[in-house]
Design a protein around this ligand. Sequence first.
Ligand code: MG
Length: 305
Amino acid sequence: MSAEDYYEVIDPRFGRLFSGSARVERLFTGCQWAEGPAWFGGGRYLVWSDIPANRMLRYDETDGSVSVFRQPSGNANGNTVDRQGRLITCEHGGRRVSRTEHDGTVITLADRFQGKKLNSPNDVVVKKSDDSIWFTDPTYGIDSDYEGNKAESEIGRSNVYRIDPLTGEVAAVITDMIKPNGLAFSLDETLLYVADTGRTHGAQHPAHIREFDVTGATVSGGRIFADATVGLFDGFRLDADGRIWTSAGDGIHCYDPDGALIGKVKVPEGVANCVFGGSKRNVLYICGTTSLYAVRLMVNGAETY
Ligand code: MG
């Protein structure tokens, strides 16, 4: 295997991000649908979800071991770590966003909007400047019993929501997407990127990432940042220079902040999500269908907490 088997340079700017000696390693296999990686720097471990298997797994960087973190997991999907080091989880089965406290208890942060049950929270991010929690709520966890529990949507739409850090109130911040999915803030938190995977529900629907202008607790705009060229954009993370590293059908696609696709990390399975980890945040952990992969990059992930 040569370096070209692991990455593809589309724009010369990508060449400086990927070492010719780097390799994409498969760290674990045996998942049904790997998603939602979250990195715990202090513990040097990664937690991720195996949605249909109703479990969460933990990869220990110190010895390479993998163990069950939580089972059942409420068909957990997306995860993130807040600035206090607590795990925040989107649960399809529980139809809620939960937080795992420092003592291990799991509490509900949001399970309703205007009195109606959420669909099935998918992915979540914390805004550093005010500790608000932003999450997407498409229907994948209620469309069938495969990755949750089949049910009708009570809300009747798939929105993006914000949980107020002081009052806990859940507000709809984006209501014009088909299936909002992965999301992340720009480095200065003036932009919110949100993937729409509506294509899963019809060829006429989008497979793109949109870019919203953020003003406090609200957003505006929503221009298209990039259209997927292979498969769908599901989850994504930013590096310390503001590039977007997003899941796609053939691996990870790297976009410059100007919207140009500059390169790819090739993965032998469809990818759902990724996260930067390691003590220098320069290891990209990748959830690819059945397996957890990792590759060491020449760039560091954005500081998220
Ligand atoms: Mg997702």
